[in-house]
Design a protein around this ligand. Structure first.
Ligand code: NAG
Ligand code: NAG
Ligand code: NAG
Ligand code: CU
Length: 396
């Protein structure tokens, strides 16, 4: 691992003693792995950091930053940019959460046996408000914060949640640092399941990537999904003993690490999504349901593509997808794309809400047993100071 920002790059502005535009590099700890060249979105993010720096300076001057500064912000990194030690710490904390005691109501979710399961249980019963026009971005931003907070407060994790840059998984996802199945990956592919041929999405049939069975390699090979299924995308997922899906249904984690899905989330697609969506409705609709295009073989929409890079059960099941820890890597990446989009024009975009829902600004996000505070939805729009500074992160 190396940091590409050498001291001599920083020196002139340090000597001048003023924070010139571009000085974000002296405030944020950038850590890159030279194995991955920057893609068009990474480059856009770097140029956007000047806007972010100016936006923060303005908020600080107005006393509205809630204690959040770029220097203090948690840095969420791409998995491949993290050192082996950082990856190990993260994996250990995830394994800890899978053993930590559940706080979900026992009568409603007798199947939730760990703190990790609690998140799956919440998603199962609140999928509507988590995914509608008003909720999708801010509710998942808060859900991710709640999960990251549990890793930190309940399992001693010192870092911040990683994200997966989809583009890095468009060539050979099965042999990537995220999915190669070794001790410092997030687990391997599922064993081949000839009965699993793929799944239907908005854009057509995503052909199987060759997996579909149980994950047998890596740190989560012994992990059992508990609650659900809700809306399984595979056959032969055992039924839950309760009609609510909240009962105990221990089953192996299945995956289909799928390059055909990943090709629907290449960097050029994310770049176009950010730069060509001039309002939040266009951004939301293009992300979820892009216009049909018969000459595009991978037109799934980036949201679906991201979920199905590993798919399976519970990961591919829209009701219980947080039962595969990769869920949070995907939603961190979506949060990153939303944030880069907002920061093209922060004054107008941070509080922009998809206009299809009624009473958008009055909505509150209540994650119940996941995190204490019930927060107004707009407080989960600002990743750098929202909700009294509880949100204070950058993506690098
Ligand atoms: C992670 O857990 C393993 C197994 O419990 C342990 O050997 C290792 O030291 C831990 N690593 C870190 C970085 O804490
Ligand atoms: C796991 O794979 C990654 C990425 O290829 C590599 O950097 C790392 O050294 C491997 N670790 C082990 C324990 O094999
Ligand atoms: C449809 O897909 C093709 C092939 O990827 C692409 O060249 C073209 O620009 C797309 N059309 C629209 C309207 O997005
Ligand atoms: Cu989702």
């Amino acid at each position: 691992m190396r940091s590409i920002w050498s001291a001599c790059v920083l020196l002139p502005s340090v000597l001048a003693g003023v924070a010139a535009p571009g000085d974000w590099r002296s405030k944020v700890n950038v850590q890159r792995n030279g194995f991955y060249p920057l893609d068009v979105v990474d480059k856009l993010e770097e140029t956007t950091m000047t806007n972010v720096d100016a936006y923060m300076a303005k908020k600080i001057a107005a006393g509205k930053n809630n204690g959040c500064t770029l220097e203090k912000a948690g840095v969420r990194r791409e998995w491949g940019d993290m050192t082996i030690e950082q990856r190990t710490d993260f994996i250990n904390a995830t394994l800890c959460l899978m053993k930590a005691p559940s706080k979900a109501p026992k009568d409603q979710f007798p199947g939730a046996r760990s703190r990790f399961d609690d998140f799956m249980a919440y998603h199962l019963t609140n999928a509507g408000s988590l995914h509608d026009t008003i909720g999708l971005f801010p509710a998942h931003k808060y859900f991710l914060l709640a999960y990251e907070t549990a890793l930190r407060n309940e399992c001693g994790y010192k870092g911040y949640h990683p994200y997966m840059n989809y583009d890095r998984y468009t060539k050979d996802p099965k042999n990537s640092a995220l999915f190669n199945g070794n001790a410092t990956s997030m687990g391997g592919n599922g064993a081949p399941d000839p009965k699993y041929t793929g799944l239907r999405t908005n854009g057509g049939l995503i052909k199987s990537g060759g997996g579909g069975g149980c994950v047998t390699e890596g740190p989560f090979k012994d992990y059992m999904a508990t609650v659900g299924p809700g809306s399984p995308v595979m056959d032969n997922v055992p039924k839950n003993p309760l009609s609510s899906g909240g009962g105990y249904n221990p089953r192996c984690m299945r995956r289909d690490v799928n390059v055909n899905a990943a090709l629907g989330a290449t960097a050029d697609r994310s770049y176009n999504l950010i730069t060509k969506s001039l309002d939040i409705n266009t951004f939301y609709n293009t992300l979820l349901t892009p216009p049909r295009n018969s000459s595009d073989a991978y037109n799934w929409g980036i949201h679906s593509a991201g979920h199905y890079i590993s798919g399976g059960d519970p990961g591919g099941d829209p009701m219980v997808s947080p039962g595969d820890p990769i869920f949070y890597f995907h939603h961190a990446m979506l949060d990153r794309l939303w944030w880069i989009w907002q920061m093209q024009d922060p004054d107008n975009r941070v509080n922009a809400q998809v206009s299809l829902g009624a009473n958008g600004a009055a909505r509150k996000i209540d994650l119940k047993w996941l995190i204490a505070d019930v927060i107004p939805v707009l407080e989960a729009h600002d990743g750098l100071g929202g909700h009294g500074g509880a949100f204070c992160h950058v993506y690098v």
